[in-house]
Design a protein around this ligand. Structure first.
Ligand SMILES: [Zn+2]
Length: 158
């Protein structure tokens, strides 16, 4: 997975240092190594745009994405939001979720192609999945970092 970070001015160093590693970790858990190999992700920090993930290259099973993360969130919020947006990347990259050029109201979720614009945001199945998984992904990332630091400390004390 190729990840590039943009507009990091004003973003805390603690976030910038780790954000690409976290995106990589989430991507691997969600999609596996083979699929993420071909993904390109632009992580853009923004003061004016809300959080979100959009595909850039192709409407069917896209491989290039932009993730917007709002500036000013805490590190924890930023990493949980990143996990949420990576779930949307997974949904588009695997074809579970797709948009249509012909009609922007139409979307297909798994096998259900319909107008989802009348469905409440919180009832959208792709949001239910993203909110449902964001915390678990984040907790596993934190544990992963702790484990790495522990191994590191063993090496240093050896
Ligand atoms: Zn969402």
């Amino acid at each position: 997975m190729q990840i590039r970070t943009f507009d990091i001015t004003g973003v805390s160093v603690a976030i910038v240092d780790e954000i690409e590693a976290a995106a990589q970790f989430y991507g691997e858990l969600l999609m596996g190594k083979t699929l993420i190999k071909n993904l390109k992700i632009r992580l853009v920090f923004s003061k004016t745009q809300g959080n979100g993930a959009t595909w850039e290259d192709d409407i069917a099973r896209p491989r290039e994405f932009t993730i917007i993360l709002e500036k000013g969130m805490s590190k924890r919020e930023t990493f949980i939001t990143l996990a949420h947006e990576m779930v949307h990347v997974k949904q588009y990259a695997t074809g579970e979720l797709r948009d249509y050029m012909s009609d922007s109201k139409l979307q297909r979720w798994r096998n259900e192609k319909r107008d989802w614009s009348q469905v409440e945001y919180w009832d959208l199945p792709w949001e239910i999945e993203a909110y449902g998984r964001e915390r678990g992904l984040y907790v596993r990332y934190v544990e992963h970092v702790k484990a790495l630091k522990f191994v590191d400390s063993l090496k240093k004390s050896a």
